[in-house]
Structure formats: structure tokens, C-alpha cells
Write a protein that binds this ligand. Sequence first.
Ligand SMILES: *[C@@H]1O[C@H](CO)[C@@H](O)[C@H](O)[C@H]1NC(C)=O
Ligand SMILES: *[C@@H]1O[C@H](CO)[C@@H](O)[C@H](O)[C@H]1NC(C)=O
Length: 500
Amino acid sequence: MVNHRRNSHIRNPLICNRKPSFLSITAYVILLFALSIFVFILYSKDILEDEQNKPLPVLEKLKPDQLGDDQLWEASFSHGLHPCVKPTSKYKAAQVWDRYITVRSNGGLNQMRAGIADMVAVARIMNATLVIPQLDKSSFWQDTSTFSDIFDELHFIKTLQQDVRVVKELPKELQDVPRVRKHFTSWSGMSYYEEMTQLWKDHQLIHVAKSDSRLANNDLPLDIQRLRCRALYHALRFSPSINGLGKKLVERLRSHAERYIALHLRYEKDMLSFTGCTYGLTDAESEELRIMRENTNHWKIKNINSTEQRIGGFCPLTPKEVGVFLQALGYPPSTLIYIAAGEIYGGNAHLAELTSRFPNVVFKEMLATEEELKSFSKHASQTAALDYIISIESDVFIPSHSGNMARAVEGHRRFLGHRKTITPDRKRLVEIFDRLEAGQLEENSVSHLVRQMHKNRQGALRKRGGAPSGIKGRARFRLEESFYQNPYSECICRSKDTER
Ligand SMILES: *[C@@H]1O[C@H](CO)[C@@H](O)[C@H](O)[C@H]1NC(C)=O
Ligand SMILES: *[C@@H]1O[C@H](CO)[C@@H](O)[C@H](O)[C@H]1NC(C)=O
């Protein structure tokens, strides 16, 4: 994966051109003192937990314009954190098992990636050899890509050598052996899969029909959690051609601007139709979306009240709302914004409401030549992989809606050292937008409110969220924060902890 992080610029604000007066020096000293107390309080929690790390240099924070820049672009909370995925000393190398698991991975790219990482862990728990998974060809995205079209297959096998034996295909003599087809129960833990090893008494081959969310987020042994991280973040590398182009596109973005935002603008036809979100659309568009929903069999909910969806915070932000949001956060109009998404519904008609505020909006089609993109067209998973790479490498990642891509990118950025991810609080934002629209709020107070509201929604280190209180039984597992959205603390360590 590409890696182009710039160091933040440290300038000494005490060196300036004008001759400082006595008064201004006094003011500086007082300011310095106040700031150091502030910074001390801010970081004292970290200092207690992590003596090796000094608090951030105070001087760096003084210059007002840089303070703004820091707030916009830097993940100030990232110091002293690093990925940690090495197994513990109790972990044993993989053994060769003459039992096999085949998998059909379902969903879009990011659902499949997480599912495959889970299946690696399941194969390990069940002492099985894993056959390279088949990818979903029948989902909404209708992509015929195979595993090796999207991922570096050899790298996958080699990286997991010590963990699980992975083979390209079933041995010849097993191809006609009867296999048990198994739908493993979603969000299962160790004991479930240990029990499932009973299947080996009668079978040599298990076929897993679905790979998404088969493994619980929590309460798994540390070594299993770290194996999931090794599988997802190290073993599942994109194929050389995808990685190569992704890297090139990131370089091209960087040649336009020092920093960029990757915006997962999930304002696509399928999403709007599925969620029934028609706010701001014409009657004809709303009708088109309704018909699409009516005709899509696997979308079970047909009658949707768009207003209620929106008020509930279940709608993706519209291009206009994203524009107001970014402006309120303080991003200047010249900000370079990469749109990590498919086709925007309504095309320029809707997009214009974002570009009128932020003209430097780019799509992959503007960065890459037709020739370069040729092999990617008709392969939604491969284009999604490009978006993924560019989103991981961005200075700031902003998803306009929740979903597998948003979760995967946020988690990966946390893992890689807490790059900034700003998650809009859509429910409360909609309230603000409506009050702004009704003339009940000034732009200034919008800005203040929006910033306050998103102070703690920037991808900082925190405990993985549990299910909302009061929820009992298995439903709880589904509502926990996903392990891959927040692999802390198992796969992210502070400096004093072991290894990198
Ligand atoms: C799986 O292998 C481990 C050793 O690696 C062994 O301790 C365990 O009993 C095995 N489990 C099964 C179900 O065979
Ligand atoms: C949708 O919900 C809103 C708010 O609850 C309500 O005012 C409106 O009448 C509903 N629309 C329809 C068509 O039911």
C-alpha cells in the first residue's frame, strides 16, 4: 500500500520579523504559560499511561493559522500509537490439516474483505485448511472478478503461512467428496466453532455458504483477534495492478494539492432507493427511486416515509448538505476533495450544490486515463478497491453515510496510526440544516454548533462500542461496534507495549 505521509511543519513562532516590544514578549510568555498548562491537562492522561511519550511540543501550537490547519488536517491524538498484530508467545504455528473449508464470500468488496478475514480465523479455530474463497458474483454489483483479480493471492497464502494453511484449490481427490453445506450462525464465538469441529468426525470438507459477520466482535482470544487483523490488513493486499494504479492516483492528487479529503459520497441511486431518501429530489426522481425499490426483491421494506427517514438520521447526506458541513467545519473553498463513490444520482444537477462551495472536486475518471480505467469498468469491486486505497491514504476521510466501506476505512485508518476520519452526526446535522434553511440560525452559529458536535467524532482512540443498553440476547451482537471499525485495543498499541 502506498505511504506518503508528510511530517507536520514545526516552525518557531518566536522568530519573527518585527522587533518585539516588551509588552508583546510579556504577552507571549503569559500565553506560553497558559498554553502549557492547557496542553499538560489535555495530555496528562496519556502521560500517566505512557511515560515514554512527551506531550506535544508547546511551541508548535502557538501560531494561530497553523492551529487552524492542525485542527483541520492533523490527527493530534495519534502520537505513541501503532499497529500491533504479532501473536503472543502462546501462539503455535499452523499445522497441516487434512480437512478443508471452502467459502463463498458474499456482499460488496468491503463486506467480503471482512468476511474473508473472519474465515481465516474460523479455519484456524477449527484446525482446517482454507481454500481461497470464491467471491460474490450475484450481488447487486454483479462483478465477475475472482479472488486473484482483486487480491494478491500468493501474498495472501504466504503471509498466513504461520497461521492457517491456505490452498488455491481443493486437492483433486477431494473434488467429488460430499461436502456439508453450512450456514454458520452470525456473530458466533469460540465455543460455537469449537463445537463445529464435531463435523470433522463425519466430513472432510465443509462448505461455508456465507462469510459476512460469522464471527463475534468481542470476547475472542487476543491471538484470534490479532489474526483477524493480520489477515485483513497484511494478507489481503490488493493485486499489483490495483495497488499500482491506486498509488498513481494518490500521487496525482498530491501533485494538485498538499492535502486532500476523501469523501465517500454515498449519494448513489441504489442507496437512495433502498433508504427511501428523497429529500431535495424532484417528484420524477422520487418516483424513479420508488419504482426501483418496488422491483428489487431482496429489499424488503417498500413503503418508506422519506421525511421520517431523514429526521431519524438514516439518510446519506446530500451533496448540498456535505458542502454546508465542510464549510461549517472550516475547510476553505480551495480544498481538494476526492469523491470515493460510484455515479452520483442526478449527476451534475445534484453535484453542483457541492461544487458551488468546493470547486476542486475530483473523480477517479478525472485522475486516470480511459486506458488506465479500461480493465476496471464493469468490475465494481475493483473500482471500489481504488476508492479504498485513495481513502486510506487521504488526510481526512469523511463518509456521508454509514456502511461497510465507511466502517472498513475508518477502522483501517485507526489501525495505521489514527488518521483523521470525521463521521457526520447525521441526525443532529439535519436539525441544524433545517433551522438554517428556515432562517433560524446564522452561518456563524452553524459553524460553532457543527464543530462542537464533531469534536469527538474524528476517529480518535476509544473503546469499541457495545450494544445499546437494554438489548438482550443475540440481537446484542449485531448492534455492537464492528471489530473492523475499531480494532482497538487488540491490534493497536501504545509505544510502551510490545513490538510493532
Ligand atoms: C487443533 O489443534 C490444536 C493444536 O494446534 C489442538 O490443541 C486442538 O485440540 C485441535 N483441535 C481440534 C478440534 O482438533
Ligand atoms: C411522513 O412523516 C411526516 C413526519 O412524521 C408526516 O408529517 C407526513 O405526513 C408523513 N407523510 C406521509 C405521506 O405519510
